[in-house]
Write a protein of this length. Structure first.
Length: 94
């Protein structure tokens, strides 16, 4: 196995771990996410963005999630689930 193949396999394992642990303790997973970010290649960029967007949603950062992966159907669904429209009726004095 070449060094590049080995490197890509290690990145894939990190992404697998991040995906598997989205619903668990996010502090450790966010550290991994930040640490591998500079090493993401084109082969893994769309998957990385999707995972990062899901972590951003977990933190309540909807804008970041949209910027990372706003075109993804799964991300859009989660964004819609985590946002609500607040309706306030006009006051009687208006």
């Amino acid at each position: 196995m070449s060094k590049i193949e080995n490197f890509n396999n290690q990145i894939k394992k990190c992404l697998d771990t991040l995906e598997e642990n989205i619903d668990s303790d996010t502090s450790q997973m966010k550290k991994i996410l930040i640490q591998i970010a500079p090493f993401i290649t084109q082969d893994h960029s769309s998957r990385f963005k999707k995972i990062a967007a899901l972590y951003a949603l977990r933190d309540g950062n909807i804008t970041l999630a949209e910027n990372l992966d706003g075109d993804s159907l799964s991300t859009n669904k989660k964004i819609k689930e985590s946002t609500c429209l607040l309706y306030t009726s006009p006051s009687p004095r208006d």
